[in-house]
Design a protein around this ligand. Structure first.
Ligand SMILES: Cc1cc2nc3c(=O)[nH]c(=O)nc-3n(C[C@H](O)[C@H](O)[C@H](O)COP(=O)(O)OP(=O)(O)OC[C@H]3O[C@@H](n4cnc5c(N)ncnc54)[C@H](O)[C@@H]3O)c2cc1C
Length: 393
């Protein structure tokens, strides 16, 4: 039933148009992994408020942690389209927290090693990252700084062959799980704006790095989210990725990729919500027939199917252009400004049409509604994305 419900979207044949044979094979492997290794276990992870480390290692054994890394670095060479397939299939699991925890590692943090790292840094860190022996996190957000990331205040003061980090990062996904943190900190003077930021790798166990609070949240229950505290945290200067002062540029490159990935997660969640709701309506007896026979409900879901199909086409187009070497900035902002909002509208209706069953904790649409919510905020909120688009108009 679920697969049937998405047959209109599948009939677009986006995979045939935009993906290579390898991407299509990858989707099959991922779908099997999600169905067999994630869905049956994820309720326990929701309760535990984290995805266990062994899941990363299982993904690593299958070569699924480095899909977006170039082949010459031991990755899958699957590019942005591979990342879209990966994020979308994890979203289809209906567990947004699992998708986040895994993709923060695979796509939103460690890829900085491929972009900005040198050979020595890649040799030192990549084997553990690609095998899942060390989980990764991205530490940008700070308690006293809003979305204006040019004002990040965590300091990284040069001291001989070292930097000393002081400050606090908040809302960090994988904060407790991770062994490697990709941290943006200020090497310039306070007030030096975007040109005063640099990017670092900080290893768990470094004196002066500790975990602060861990947050419970309204959704993404299986994603571990917490604070990091840097208090005289002394790291070798060779842990700086790229030039001093280039951190903002690397961070924004990463955020473009993240925005495409989060949009793909939203598409996956949206498709799963549609499938669950259509399946439910078709079986739910009402007025001597089923709820699906009520045109008001059917039309609304048909409308969202058409809108989601358009959004997904734009997503695949954007990924293909990125793989062709184009700067993805504008596409990424447009996707992130529109797809999570659309999916939130869609899942509101899915909960509504599921009646009481859609409000009960543990039902797929109830969880998707909770988990989709933050996709319109995290990694660049809708409003910040609109600002970005407006600047280009
Ligand atoms: C569960 C969770 C996981 C997260 N994971 C990570 C992570 O792994 N790493 C990390 O670094 N961060 C992470 N974050 C932080 C997340 O990316 C930010 O919360 C998000 O980008 C929004 O920033 P903010 O919370 O500072 O909101 P604010 O910037 O304070 O925004 C508040 C409101 O103001 C609006 N606003 C802000 N700027 C503008 C503008 N220019 N124009 C119009 N409106 C505007 C926003 O859209 C929003 O509605 C996570 C957060 C959560 C809750």
């Amino acid at each position: 039933m679920a697969a049937d419900a998405n047959r209109v979207i599948d009939s677009l044949r986006l995979d045939d148009t935009f993906l290579d044979e390898e991407h299509r094979a990858l989707r099959e492997v991922l779908r099997r992994f999600v169905n067999e290794r994630i869905v049956p276990r994820a309720a326990d992870w929701e309760a535990a408020r984290r995805v266990p480390g062994e899941v990363f290692r299982e993904l690593g054994e299958l070569g699924l942690l480095g899909l977006s890394f170039p082949e010459e670095l031991g990755g899958g060479g699957a590019g942005t389209r591979g990342a879209v397939v990966f994020n979308e299939e994890l979203g289809r699991s209906t567990y947004g927290g699992v998708a986040t925890s895994i993709t923060v590692h695979t796509d939103f943090s460690a890829l900085h090693l491929a972009r900005a790292g040198d050979d020595e840094q890649r040799r030192r860190f990549l084997p553990d990252v690609l095998s899942g022996r060390r989980i990764c996190a991205l530490a940008v957000t700070e308690p006293d700084v809003s979305s204006d990331l040019t004002r990040l205040a965590t300091r990284a003061r040069r001291d001989g062959d070292h930097y000393v980090l002081d400050g606090r990062k908040t809302f960090i996904s994988n904060a407790n799980l991770a062994g490697l943190f990709f941290v943006v900190a200020r090497t310039g003077e306070p007030g030096s704006g975007r040109h005063g930021l640099s990017l670092f790798v900080v290893e768990r166990g470094t004196p002066g790095l500790s975990n602060g609070r861990t947050f419970t949240k309204g959704g993404w229950h299986s994603a571990d989210t917490g604070e990091l505290v840097f208090d005289g945290c002394r790291i070798p200067a060779r842990n700086r990725l790229g030039e001093e002062g280039a951190g903002f540029r690397w961070m924004m490159r990463g955020l473009d990729h993240e925005r495409i990935g989060l949009s793909a997660q939203a598409v996956g969640l949206g498709e799963a919500a549609l499938a669950a709701t259509v399946g439910w309506l078709r079986e739910r007896p009402a007025y001597g027939r089923t709820l699906w026979d009520l045109q008001a409900l059917r039309h609304e879901l048909a409308r969202f199917t058409a809108r989601l199909s358009a959004a997904k086409t734009m997503l695949y187009h954007a990924a293909a252009r990125a793989d062709a070497g184009e700067d993805p900035r504008t596409h990424a902002a447009m996707l992130k400004a529109s797809i999570p909002e659309l999916v939130n509208e869609l899942v509101y209706k899915c909960v509504q049409f599921s009646g009481g069953a859609g409000f009960v904790t543990g039902s797929e649409v109830e969880r998707i509604a909770r988990d989709a919510r933050f996709l319109a905020i995290g990694g660049g909120s809708t409003e910040v994305m609109l600002d970005e688009i407006a600047r280009l108009m």
